[in-house]
Design a protein around this ligand. Structure first.
Ligand SMILES: *Cc1c(COP(=O)(O)O)cnc(C)c1O
Length: 365
């Protein structure tokens, strides 16, 4: 029977697979698959959210004015140059929508965030994949992918799913070698987990360069993944273009209130960063002790680590056996990482638990 036919480039998209949140059989499990805040949400953000629990009849502030002002005050930015969306995922789609279309090319790294490819294909553009340098972003490889058709370059820093960090000097070199007509998107979903001295300079670049957009999210260190709020910072022209195609009322009233409280709660962010720093180092060291079984950790600056399985124990077998022990981690064969598991740094108990489970699984091989 004849039926409406979706566009070819839409059907070329491999659907996004979210991290699992339960194990087969429904037993209670520790979820270390989506890089959420191990300590949860700032109590101040929860209180701000709760204060609006009955504000349901009216549309939210479509301009997110107070939220933009709070973000601007925190990072010393111009509020009118901040865009907001249903998670930073929406911002990534807006950028692709504003700057790329059929016949255009969009570059991202081989082991990168899955949304870049989806956002690219959605607008009919072609993803071009830059090879990695031992799982890290390789600026020279990205530059080698440039053609006259390139419109956008997406990079995450730190990168997901590898956790690797690209230095300020390398980001500057990448930008310096891109033509002005190419939009460089620096996705800083995990930037708040970096030590202060590791600022990659992306926001500074975006202050003056018309071809740089930085994206951030409230889903990771701010512990508001359920509310779906992200933001971006770019030139006035870029922001104006994105406003034309964004969803008008993207962020809820309670969500905006919670995000304002979260971005102002420096103590909660600091506590989370410190927790993550300590337990990420501890976890990496524990995995290091399993090197005889050819397990290896990719150096991470984020709130997760990519563990590579390069010996008799496969990542898939470890994934299944961790699940049986109640730990849900992320196996990413769809992203070319059939040999790796991405594991979010959880609470102390969760981190100790998943390390012990892995030790146990390795011992059983
Ligand atoms: C989690 C994540 C995001 C954003 O998620 P939202 O919840 O949509 O804000 C963006 N980029 C990367 C690399 C991520 O890991």
């Amino acid at each position: 029977m004849l039926a409406p036919k979706p566009k070819d480039w839409i059907m070329a998209i491999a659907p996004y697979i979210p991290g699992r949140s339960s194990v087969d059989g429904g037993a209670k499990a520790v979820k270390l698959s989506s890089n959420e805040n191990a300590l949860g949400t700032s109590p101040k953000a929860i209180a701000a959210f709760a204060a609006h629990s009955t504000d349901l009849a009216r549309y939210p502030d479509a301009s997110a004015t107070e939220l933009r002002e709070a973000i601007a005050a925190k990072y010393d930015l111009e509020p009118e140059r901040i865009i907001y969306g249903t998670g930073s995922d929406e911002i990534l789609h807006l950028i692709a929508g504003a700057y790329a279309g059929q016949g255009d090319e969009v570059i991202h790294v081989r082991y990168g965030f899955a949304v870049y490819e989806i956002a690219t294909r959605r607008v009919g553009a072609l993803p071009v994949i830059a090879r990695d340098k031992d799982y890290a972003t390789d600026v020279d490889a990205i530059l080698a992918c440039m053609t006259s058709k390139t419109r956008v370059v997406f990079i995450a820093n730190p990168n997901n799913p590898t956790g690797t960090f690209t230095s300020r000097a390398e980001i500057a070199r990448l930008h310096a070698n891109l033509p002005n007509r190419v939009m460089l998107v620096i996705d800083q979903a995990y930037a708040e987990f970096l030590d202060a001295e590791d600022d990659d300079g992306a926001l500074d670049l975006a202050r003056t360069a018309p071809n740089v957009i930085v994206t951030r999210t409230f889903s990771k260190i701010h512990g508001l993944a359920a509310e779906r709020i992200g933001w971006g910072y770019g030139s006035a022209e870029a922001i104006a273009a994105m406003h034309r195609i964004r969803a008008p009322f993207c962020c809820t009233i309670a969500g905006q209130a919670a995000a304002i409280a979260a971005v102002q709660d420096d103590a909660w962010v600091e506590k989370t960063r410190e927790h993550n720093r300590v337990w990420r180092a501890w976890f990496a060291e524990e995995i290091g002790k399993l090197s005889a079984a050819s397990l290896r950790v990719v150096p991470s600056e984020a709130n997760f680590v990519l563990v590579l399985f390069e010996g008799a124990l496969s990542a898939e077998a470890a994934y299944t056996q961790l699940m049986e022990r109640g730990y849900i981690v992320r196996w990413l064969p769809g992203q070319g990482l059939a040999n790796g598991l991405r594991i979010t740094i959880g609470t102390e108990d969760e981190t100790r638990g998943v390390a012990a489970a892995l030790r146990d699984i390795v011992a059983g091989v």
